[in-house]
Design a binder for this molecule. Structure first.
Ligand code: FAD
Length: 433
Protein backbone atom coordinates (compact mmCIF):
# COMPACT_ATOMS: atom_id res chain seq x y z
CA UNK A 1 0.00 0.00 0.00
CA UNK A 2 1.18 3.54 -0.70
CA UNK A 3 -0.13 6.52 1.27
CA UNK A 4 0.75 10.15 0.62
CA UNK A 5 0.48 13.17 2.91
CA UNK A 6 1.52 16.79 2.72
CA UNK A 7 3.10 16.61 6.17
CA UNK A 8 4.40 13.51 7.94
CA UNK A 9 5.77 13.36 11.48
CA UNK A 10 7.84 10.26 12.12
CA UNK A 11 7.65 9.44 15.82
CA UNK A 12 4.59 9.84 18.00
CA UNK A 13 5.97 11.21 21.27
CA UNK A 14 5.89 14.57 23.01
CA UNK A 15 7.17 16.64 20.08
CA UNK A 16 4.74 15.00 17.64
CA UNK A 17 1.75 15.83 19.83
CA UNK A 18 2.70 19.47 20.29
CA UNK A 19 3.47 19.76 16.56
CA UNK A 20 -0.01 18.41 15.75
CA UNK A 21 -1.64 20.99 18.01
CA UNK A 22 0.35 23.78 16.36
CA UNK A 23 -0.60 22.53 12.88
CA UNK A 24 -4.26 22.59 13.93
CA UNK A 25 -3.86 26.11 15.32
CA UNK A 26 -2.18 27.38 12.16
CA UNK A 27 -4.76 25.79 9.86
CA UNK A 28 -4.78 22.27 8.54
CA UNK A 29 -6.99 20.52 6.00
CA UNK A 30 -8.24 17.00 6.76
CA UNK A 31 -5.87 14.36 5.37
CA UNK A 32 -2.86 16.68 5.17
CA UNK A 33 -1.01 15.45 8.27
CA UNK A 34 -0.03 11.96 9.42
CA UNK A 35 1.84 10.91 12.56
CA UNK A 36 3.59 7.57 12.25
CA UNK A 37 4.45 6.01 15.60
CA UNK A 38 5.98 2.76 16.77
CA UNK A 39 3.88 3.11 19.91
CA UNK A 40 0.30 1.85 20.08
CA UNK A 41 -1.09 5.03 21.66
CA UNK A 42 -1.55 8.68 20.73
CA UNK A 43 1.18 11.13 21.90
CA UNK A 44 1.45 11.49 25.67
CA UNK A 45 3.51 13.32 28.27
CA UNK A 46 6.43 10.88 28.64
CA UNK A 47 7.71 12.23 32.01
CA UNK A 48 4.67 10.71 33.76
CA UNK A 49 6.09 7.22 33.18
CA UNK A 50 8.75 7.46 35.90
CA UNK A 51 6.47 9.32 38.30
CA UNK A 52 2.69 8.98 38.79
CA UNK A 53 2.43 6.02 36.37
CA UNK A 54 4.12 3.79 38.96
CA UNK A 55 2.39 5.12 42.09
CA UNK A 56 1.08 2.39 44.43
CA UNK A 57 -2.32 4.15 44.74
CA UNK A 58 -4.35 5.62 41.85
CA UNK A 59 -1.53 5.53 39.31
CA UNK A 60 -1.81 7.81 36.29
CA UNK A 61 -3.08 6.02 33.21
CA UNK A 62 -3.91 7.00 29.65
CA UNK A 63 -5.96 8.79 28.50
CA UNK A 64 -5.23 10.95 31.58
CA UNK A 65 -1.86 12.28 30.40
CA UNK A 66 -2.05 12.60 26.65
CA UNK A 67 -0.41 15.78 25.37
CA UNK A 68 -0.86 18.71 25.92
CA UNK A 69 -1.79 18.50 29.64
CA UNK A 70 1.83 18.66 30.77
CA UNK A 71 2.07 22.33 29.91
CA UNK A 72 -1.38 23.26 31.11
CA UNK A 73 -3.16 22.73 27.79
CA UNK A 74 -6.08 20.55 26.82
CA UNK A 75 -5.59 16.82 26.39
CA UNK A 76 -5.43 15.69 22.80
CA UNK A 77 -7.41 12.46 22.90
CA UNK A 78 -7.36 10.09 19.91
CA UNK A 79 -10.77 11.56 18.94
CA UNK A 80 -9.20 15.01 18.61
CA UNK A 81 -6.88 13.76 15.84
CA UNK A 82 -9.87 12.13 14.10
CA UNK A 83 -11.88 15.38 14.33
CA UNK A 84 -9.02 17.35 12.79
CA UNK A 85 -8.53 14.79 10.05
CA UNK A 86 -5.02 13.97 11.32
CA UNK A 87 -4.06 10.40 10.52
CA UNK A 88 -2.59 8.58 13.52
CA UNK A 89 -0.70 5.63 12.09
CA UNK A 90 0.10 3.74 15.30
CA UNK A 91 2.03 0.52 16.06
CA UNK A 92 3.96 1.24 12.88
CA UNK A 93 7.73 1.41 12.79
CA UNK A 94 9.50 3.19 9.98
CA UNK A 95 12.44 0.99 9.00
CA UNK A 96 13.73 2.96 6.01
CA UNK A 97 13.70 6.63 5.09
CA UNK A 98 14.68 7.87 1.65
CA UNK A 99 14.89 11.64 1.87
CA UNK A 100 15.79 11.97 -1.83
CA UNK A 101 12.53 10.35 -2.96
CA UNK A 102 10.58 11.72 0.05
CA UNK A 103 9.36 8.32 1.14
CA UNK A 104 9.29 6.20 4.26
CA UNK A 105 8.96 2.42 4.42
CA UNK A 106 7.17 0.74 7.32
CA UNK A 107 8.14 -2.58 8.93
CA UNK A 108 5.18 -4.13 7.09
CA UNK A 109 6.68 -2.96 3.78
CA UNK A 110 4.21 -0.15 3.13
CA UNK A 111 5.24 3.19 1.65
CA UNK A 112 4.37 6.59 3.09
CA UNK A 113 5.20 9.59 0.91
CA UNK A 114 5.45 13.15 2.17
CA UNK A 115 6.16 16.66 0.96
CA UNK A 116 7.40 17.94 4.33
CA UNK A 117 8.86 15.62 6.98
CA UNK A 118 9.29 16.25 10.70
CA UNK A 119 11.69 13.85 12.40
CA UNK A 120 10.57 13.38 16.01
CA UNK A 121 11.98 9.95 16.82
CA UNK A 122 13.27 10.90 20.28
CA UNK A 123 15.77 8.77 22.16
CA UNK A 124 16.19 5.14 22.96
CA UNK A 125 17.69 3.79 26.18
CA UNK A 126 21.28 2.68 26.43
CA UNK A 127 21.27 -0.99 27.51
CA UNK A 128 23.80 -2.76 29.70
CA UNK A 129 24.06 -5.38 26.95
CA UNK A 130 25.48 -2.56 24.77
CA UNK A 131 28.51 -2.64 27.11
CA UNK A 132 28.59 -6.46 27.10
CA UNK A 133 27.69 -6.64 30.83
CA UNK A 134 27.55 -10.33 31.65
CA UNK A 135 24.04 -11.75 32.27
CA UNK A 136 22.35 -8.47 31.26
CA UNK A 137 19.62 -10.27 29.31
CA UNK A 138 18.19 -11.95 32.45
CA UNK A 139 14.46 -11.60 33.13
CA UNK A 140 13.32 -8.74 35.42
CA UNK A 141 16.02 -6.35 34.27
CA UNK A 142 13.97 -3.37 33.12
CA UNK A 143 14.44 -0.17 31.12
CA UNK A 144 11.97 2.67 30.84
CA UNK A 145 11.22 4.73 27.76
CA UNK A 146 7.73 3.96 26.53
CA UNK A 147 4.36 3.19 28.09
CA UNK A 148 4.81 -0.47 27.20
CA UNK A 149 8.02 -0.59 29.30
CA UNK A 150 6.20 1.12 32.17
CA UNK A 151 3.39 -1.49 32.04
CA UNK A 152 5.89 -4.34 32.27
CA UNK A 153 7.71 -2.67 35.19
CA UNK A 154 4.43 -1.91 36.97
CA UNK A 155 3.34 -5.58 36.66
CA UNK A 156 6.66 -6.72 38.15
CA UNK A 157 6.31 -4.25 41.05
CA UNK A 158 2.81 -5.56 41.80
CA UNK A 159 3.82 -9.20 41.45
CA UNK A 160 6.94 -9.05 43.59
CA UNK A 161 5.66 -7.75 46.90
CA UNK A 162 8.46 -6.94 49.40
CA UNK A 163 10.99 -7.33 46.65
CA UNK A 164 14.57 -6.16 46.55
CA UNK A 165 15.41 -3.83 43.71
CA UNK A 166 18.71 -2.54 42.41
CA UNK A 167 18.56 0.69 40.42
CA UNK A 168 21.52 1.11 38.12
CA UNK A 169 22.34 4.76 37.40
CA UNK A 170 22.19 7.95 39.45
CA UNK A 171 20.63 10.32 36.93
CA UNK A 172 17.07 11.64 37.05
CA UNK A 173 15.58 8.35 35.85
CA UNK A 174 17.48 6.47 38.59
CA UNK A 175 16.41 8.98 41.23
CA UNK A 176 12.75 9.10 40.17
CA UNK A 177 12.48 5.33 39.86
CA UNK A 178 14.21 4.69 43.20
CA UNK A 179 11.68 7.00 44.85
CA UNK A 180 8.67 5.38 43.27
CA UNK A 181 9.95 1.86 44.04
CA UNK A 182 10.33 2.90 47.71
CA UNK A 183 6.77 4.24 47.65
CA UNK A 184 5.80 0.73 46.56
CA UNK A 185 7.53 -0.58 49.69
CA UNK A 186 10.38 -2.17 47.78
CA UNK A 187 13.86 -2.41 49.27
CA UNK A 188 15.96 -0.21 46.95
CA UNK A 189 19.69 0.05 46.38
CA UNK A 190 21.01 2.58 43.88
CA UNK A 191 24.40 1.98 42.26
CA UNK A 192 26.34 4.54 40.26
CA UNK A 193 30.01 5.13 39.48
CA UNK A 194 30.16 8.89 40.02
CA UNK A 195 31.01 10.54 43.37
CA UNK A 196 27.45 11.93 43.60
CA UNK A 197 24.04 11.64 41.95
CA UNK A 198 22.98 13.65 38.85
CA UNK A 199 26.60 14.66 38.24
CA UNK A 200 25.80 16.28 34.90
CA UNK A 201 23.70 18.90 36.69
CA UNK A 202 24.07 18.73 40.47
CA UNK A 203 26.96 20.27 42.36
CA UNK A 204 28.23 18.22 45.31
CA UNK A 205 26.23 20.52 47.61
CA UNK A 206 22.96 19.88 45.81
CA UNK A 207 23.61 16.15 45.58
CA UNK A 208 24.39 15.96 49.31
CA UNK A 209 20.81 17.02 50.06
CA UNK A 210 19.19 14.49 47.70
CA UNK A 211 21.43 11.63 48.79
CA UNK A 212 20.70 12.42 52.45
CA UNK A 213 16.97 12.71 51.80
CA UNK A 214 16.90 9.41 49.89
CA UNK A 215 18.82 7.65 52.66
CA UNK A 216 16.27 8.94 55.17
CA UNK A 217 13.57 7.41 52.97
CA UNK A 218 15.35 4.06 53.17
CA UNK A 219 17.15 4.06 49.82
CA UNK A 220 20.63 2.49 50.02
CA UNK A 221 23.20 4.24 47.87
CA UNK A 222 26.41 2.65 46.59
CA UNK A 223 28.67 5.06 44.74
CA UNK A 224 31.99 4.82 42.96
CA UNK A 225 31.51 1.40 41.41
CA UNK A 226 29.74 -0.19 38.47
CA UNK A 227 27.69 -3.28 37.76
CA UNK A 228 29.82 -5.92 36.04
CA UNK A 229 27.35 -8.79 35.83
CA UNK A 230 24.19 -10.55 36.93
CA UNK A 231 23.39 -14.07 38.04
CA UNK A 232 19.97 -15.58 37.45
CA UNK A 233 17.97 -18.56 38.73
CA UNK A 234 16.90 -21.61 36.72
CA UNK A 235 13.95 -19.63 35.29
CA UNK A 236 16.36 -17.05 33.89
CA UNK A 237 15.22 -14.42 36.45
CA UNK A 238 17.79 -12.06 37.85
CA UNK A 239 18.92 -12.99 41.39
CA UNK A 240 22.16 -11.13 42.03
CA UNK A 241 23.94 -8.02 40.86
CA UNK A 242 27.73 -8.20 40.84
CA UNK A 243 29.65 -4.99 41.37
CA UNK A 244 33.18 -4.18 40.25
CA UNK A 245 34.28 -3.59 43.83
CA UNK A 246 33.47 -7.25 44.60
CA UNK A 247 30.15 -6.69 46.36
CA UNK A 248 27.18 -8.85 45.37
CA UNK A 249 23.61 -7.50 45.86
CA UNK A 250 20.48 -9.62 45.95
CA UNK A 251 17.83 -8.44 43.49
CA UNK A 252 14.38 -9.52 42.31
CA UNK A 253 14.05 -6.45 40.14
CA UNK A 254 16.75 -4.40 38.41
CA UNK A 255 15.93 -1.09 36.79
CA UNK A 256 18.54 0.46 34.54
CA UNK A 257 18.71 4.19 33.82
CA UNK A 258 22.12 4.82 32.33
CA UNK A 259 21.19 7.32 29.65
CA UNK A 260 19.67 7.63 26.24
CA UNK A 261 20.76 7.88 22.65
CA UNK A 262 18.97 9.93 19.98
CA UNK A 263 17.30 7.78 17.33
CA UNK A 264 18.91 9.09 14.16
CA UNK A 265 19.95 5.83 12.48
CA UNK A 266 17.24 6.02 9.78
CA UNK A 267 18.73 9.24 8.46
CA UNK A 268 22.48 8.48 8.70
CA UNK A 269 24.36 9.75 5.68
CA UNK A 270 21.30 11.65 4.42
CA UNK A 271 21.36 14.67 6.77
CA UNK A 272 24.16 16.58 8.46
CA UNK A 273 24.76 15.56 12.05
CA UNK A 274 26.37 17.41 14.94
CA UNK A 275 26.90 16.66 18.63
CA UNK A 276 25.19 13.26 18.25
CA UNK A 277 22.00 14.72 16.78
CA UNK A 278 20.58 15.95 13.51
CA UNK A 279 21.86 19.44 12.79
CA UNK A 280 19.17 22.06 12.21
CA UNK A 281 18.87 25.79 11.73
CA UNK A 282 16.86 28.00 14.10
CA UNK A 283 13.65 26.88 12.36
CA UNK A 284 14.59 23.24 13.03
CA UNK A 285 15.06 22.59 9.31
CA UNK A 286 17.82 20.08 8.61
CA UNK A 287 20.44 20.21 5.87
CA UNK A 288 17.77 18.71 3.57
CA UNK A 289 15.17 21.34 2.59
CA UNK A 290 11.68 20.41 3.74
CA UNK A 291 12.97 17.98 6.38
CA UNK A 292 12.76 19.17 9.98
CA UNK A 293 14.07 17.60 13.21
CA UNK A 294 12.65 18.42 16.66
CA UNK A 295 12.87 17.26 20.26
CA UNK A 296 15.63 14.96 21.51
CA UNK A 297 17.13 14.35 18.04
CA UNK A 298 17.72 18.00 17.07
CA UNK A 299 21.04 19.81 17.45
CA UNK A 300 19.97 23.42 17.03
CA UNK A 301 21.43 26.90 17.46
CA UNK A 302 20.77 28.01 21.03
CA UNK A 303 20.78 31.77 20.59
CA UNK A 304 21.34 32.65 24.25
CA UNK A 305 24.68 30.82 24.31
CA UNK A 306 25.65 31.30 20.66
CA UNK A 307 26.26 27.61 20.08
CA UNK A 308 24.68 24.43 18.79
CA UNK A 309 23.10 22.29 21.49
CA UNK A 310 21.08 19.13 21.76
CA UNK A 311 18.56 19.14 24.62
CA UNK A 312 16.84 16.00 25.94
CA UNK A 313 14.06 17.58 27.97
CA UNK A 314 10.32 17.74 27.58
CA UNK A 315 10.01 21.54 27.48
CA UNK A 316 12.37 21.67 24.52
CA UNK A 317 10.46 18.87 22.76
CA UNK A 318 7.27 20.93 23.06
CA UNK A 319 8.73 24.27 22.04
CA UNK A 320 10.94 23.03 19.20
CA UNK A 321 7.95 21.22 17.68
CA UNK A 322 5.85 24.38 17.83
CA UNK A 323 8.64 26.45 16.34
CA UNK A 324 9.17 24.03 13.45
CA UNK A 325 5.46 24.05 12.56
CA UNK A 326 5.31 27.86 12.75
CA UNK A 327 8.33 28.01 10.41
CA UNK A 328 6.79 25.50 7.99
CA UNK A 329 3.53 27.43 7.80
CA UNK A 330 5.29 30.80 7.57
CA UNK A 331 7.49 29.56 4.70
CA UNK A 332 4.36 28.48 2.80
CA UNK A 333 3.06 32.04 3.06
CA UNK A 334 6.50 33.50 2.32
CA UNK A 335 6.57 35.06 5.77
CA UNK A 336 9.17 34.74 8.49
CA UNK A 337 8.74 33.51 12.06
CA UNK A 338 9.89 35.10 15.25
CA UNK A 339 13.45 34.08 16.04
CA UNK A 340 13.73 31.08 18.35
CA UNK A 341 15.28 32.07 21.64
CA UNK A 342 15.15 29.11 23.96
CA UNK A 343 15.99 29.18 27.66
CA UNK A 344 16.92 25.63 28.76
CA UNK A 345 14.52 24.36 31.42
CA UNK A 346 14.47 21.03 33.19
CA UNK A 347 12.58 19.71 36.19
CA UNK A 348 12.18 16.58 38.24
CA UNK A 349 9.87 15.34 40.97
CA UNK A 350 10.25 12.51 43.46
CA UNK A 351 8.86 11.75 46.92
CA UNK A 352 7.65 15.18 48.15
CA UNK A 353 10.41 16.98 46.31
CA UNK A 354 10.22 19.11 43.18
CA UNK A 355 13.01 21.09 41.58
CA UNK A 356 13.41 23.28 38.56
CA UNK A 357 16.53 24.35 36.71
CA UNK A 358 16.94 27.11 34.13
CA UNK A 359 19.87 28.21 32.02
CA UNK A 360 23.36 26.84 31.83
CA UNK A 361 25.20 24.87 34.51
CA UNK A 362 28.69 26.19 33.83
CA UNK A 363 31.12 28.17 35.99
CA UNK A 364 31.22 28.38 39.78
CA UNK A 365 28.32 27.18 41.92
CA UNK A 366 26.83 29.19 44.77
CA UNK A 367 24.61 27.20 47.11
CA UNK A 368 21.91 29.06 49.05
CA UNK A 369 19.14 28.24 51.50
CA UNK A 370 18.73 25.31 53.83
CA UNK A 371 19.87 22.08 52.20
CA UNK A 372 19.58 19.99 55.34
CA UNK A 373 17.93 16.70 54.31
CA UNK A 374 16.12 16.59 57.68
CA UNK A 375 14.42 19.92 57.01
CA UNK A 376 10.60 19.55 57.08
CA UNK A 377 10.17 21.84 54.06
CA UNK A 378 13.34 21.87 51.98
CA UNK A 379 13.86 25.14 50.13
CA UNK A 380 17.29 25.81 48.71
CA UNK A 381 19.05 26.32 45.43
CA UNK A 382 22.17 27.03 43.49
CA UNK A 383 23.32 29.72 41.10
CA UNK A 384 25.93 29.11 38.44
CA UNK A 385 28.20 32.12 37.96
CA UNK A 386 30.39 32.53 34.90
CA UNK A 387 32.41 35.58 33.87
CA UNK A 388 30.85 37.58 36.70
CA UNK A 389 27.24 36.81 35.66
CA UNK A 390 24.60 34.42 36.90
CA UNK A 391 23.98 32.01 33.99
CA UNK A 392 21.99 29.23 35.64
CA UNK A 393 19.68 28.75 38.60
CA UNK A 394 18.29 25.73 40.42
CA UNK A 395 15.58 25.71 43.07
CA UNK A 396 14.09 22.96 45.22
CA UNK A 397 10.68 23.50 46.72
CA UNK A 398 9.95 26.82 45.01
CA UNK A 399 6.52 28.40 44.58
CA UNK A 400 5.44 29.22 41.01
CA UNK A 401 6.58 32.85 41.63
CA UNK A 402 9.98 31.67 42.91
CA UNK A 403 10.44 29.48 39.86
CA UNK A 404 9.53 32.38 37.60
CA UNK A 405 12.15 34.48 39.38
CA UNK A 406 14.95 31.96 38.85
CA UNK A 407 13.93 31.57 35.20
CA UNK A 408 14.25 35.33 34.81
CA UNK A 409 17.69 35.36 36.40
CA UNK A 410 18.91 32.68 33.99
CA UNK A 411 17.50 34.65 31.07
CA UNK A 412 18.74 38.11 32.13
CA UNK A 413 22.15 36.93 33.40
CA UNK A 414 22.64 39.75 35.92
CA UNK A 415 26.15 40.66 37.05
CA UNK A 416 27.37 39.52 40.46
CA UNK A 417 29.77 41.65 42.51
CA UNK A 418 30.32 39.34 45.45
CA UNK A 419 29.67 35.63 45.57
CA UNK A 420 29.34 35.59 49.37
CA UNK A 421 26.65 38.25 49.20
CA UNK A 422 24.86 36.23 46.49
CA UNK A 423 24.92 33.15 48.72
CA UNK A 424 23.50 35.19 51.61
CA UNK A 425 20.82 36.83 49.49
CA UNK A 426 19.81 33.50 47.98
CA UNK A 427 16.38 33.52 46.40
CA UNK A 428 15.82 37.21 47.22
CA UNK A 429 18.57 38.02 44.66
CA UNK A 430 16.40 36.41 41.97
CA UNK A 431 13.20 38.00 43.23
CA UNK A 432 14.73 41.48 42.78
CA UNK A 433 15.55 40.97 39.09
P1 FAD B 1 9.80 10.98 22.44
O1 FAD B 1 8.80 11.57 23.33
O2 FAD B 1 10.71 9.94 22.99
O3 FAD B 1 9.01 10.35 21.20
C1 FAD B 1 9.65 9.63 20.18
C2 FAD B 1 8.63 8.76 19.51
O4 FAD B 1 9.14 8.28 18.27
C3 FAD B 1 8.23 7.51 20.30
O5 FAD B 1 6.84 7.38 20.24
C4 FAD B 1 8.92 6.39 19.53
O6 FAD B 1 8.27 5.14 19.65
C5 FAD B 1 8.81 6.92 18.13
N1 FAD B 1 9.74 6.34 17.16
C6 FAD B 1 11.08 6.29 17.25
N2 FAD B 1 11.60 5.70 16.15
C7 FAD B 1 10.55 5.41 15.35
C8 FAD B 1 10.44 4.79 14.08
N3 FAD B 1 11.51 4.37 13.40
N4 FAD B 1 9.21 4.61 13.55
C9 FAD B 1 8.10 5.04 14.24
N5 FAD B 1 8.15 5.63 15.44
C10 FAD B 1 9.37 5.81 15.98
N6 FAD B 1 12.19 15.56 30.65
C11 FAD B 1 12.02 16.58 31.53
O7 FAD B 1 12.31 17.73 31.18
N7 FAD B 1 11.55 16.35 32.80
C12 FAD B 1 11.25 15.10 33.24
O8 FAD B 1 10.83 14.92 34.39
C13 FAD B 1 11.40 14.01 32.35
N8 FAD B 1 11.06 12.75 32.73
C14 FAD B 1 11.23 11.72 31.85
C15 FAD B 1 10.91 10.43 32.26
C16 FAD B 1 11.07 9.35 31.40
C17 FAD B 1 10.72 7.97 31.86
C18 FAD B 1 11.60 9.56 30.10
C19 FAD B 1 11.81 8.39 29.17
C20 FAD B 1 11.93 10.84 29.68
C21 FAD B 1 11.74 11.93 30.55
N9 FAD B 1 12.05 13.24 30.16
C22 FAD B 1 11.89 14.28 31.04
C23 FAD B 1 12.57 13.52 28.80
C24 FAD B 1 11.44 13.84 27.83
O9 FAD B 1 10.37 12.95 28.00
C25 FAD B 1 11.97 13.77 26.41
O10 FAD B 1 12.97 14.75 26.26
C26 FAD B 1 10.85 13.98 25.39
O11 FAD B 1 9.91 12.94 25.46
C27 FAD B 1 11.42 14.07 23.98
O12 FAD B 1 10.37 14.19 23.08
P2 FAD B 1 10.50 13.62 21.59
O13 FAD B 1 9.18 13.83 20.94
O14 FAD B 1 11.74 14.14 20.97
O15 FAD B 1 10.74 12.05 21.77
Amino acid sequence: MVQSFKYVIVGGGVAAGYAAREFAKQGLKPGELAIVSKEAVAPYERPALSKAYLFPESPARLPGFHVCVGSGGERLLPEWYAEKGIELILSTEIVKADLASKSLITAAGETINYQILIIATGSTVIRLSDFGTQGADAKNIFYLREVEDADILYAAIKEKKNAKAVVVGGGYIGLELSAVLRLNNIDVTMVYPEPWCMPRLFSSGLAAFYEGYYKNKGVNIIKGTVVVGFTSNSNGEVKEVKLKDGRVLEADIVVVGVGGRPQTALFKGQVQEEKGGIKTNASFETSVPGVYAVGDVATFPLKLYGELRRVEHVDHARKSAEQAVKAIKAAEERKTTEEYDYLPYFYSRSFDLAWQFYGDNVGDTVLFGDNNPESPKPNFGTYWVKDGKVVGAFLEGGTPEDNKAIAKVARVQPPVQDIDVLAKEGLSFASKI
